[in-house]
Design a protein around this ligand. Sequence first.
Ligand code: FES
Length: 171
Amino acid sequence: MSNRRDFMGMALGGFAALGGLGALYAAKRSWDPLPSVKSAGFTTIDLASAKENELVVEKWRGKPIFILKQPASTPKSDREIVINGARYLVQIALCTHLGCIPAFDGKNPEKQRFKCACHGGEYDSAGRQTFGPPPRPMDIPPFKIKGTSLVLGEEGPEYKKMLADGLTTKV
Ligand code: FES
């Protein structure tokens, strides 16, 4: 009888553990909506399934990164990265005033902007400071384009050109 009870206990425990794993997997999927691979200072993100005006938050060398596929209605900017004909805004998501993480306001794509709650700083749809104390645009992380993927941490020709044009500071 006790063997039977032990077996039932183990079976129920295993079932509960599987349920827990399922919930964890579902949570992980919602935190990390695009396929990405991290290795020794590099983060590779496949943008093939990215959706317009949906902010993706990634991590690169401990820093939060905002990736935003720009809707057609957003004004073009030389601070964007073009991959497969689609325009992306890729920024280190730290306010250039004192380093808070700005919030994304995506309700109005033409004016879409980032607001910093710490001291009221604001950035436009290209990540340029438009209001408050931030002294410069949000920084663009080193990147390289590989097919439909973005490799953060590698300095590709497009990134080097942005640096040479003074569109971002080197991090
Ligand atoms: S840290 Fe963002 S405005 Fe001060």
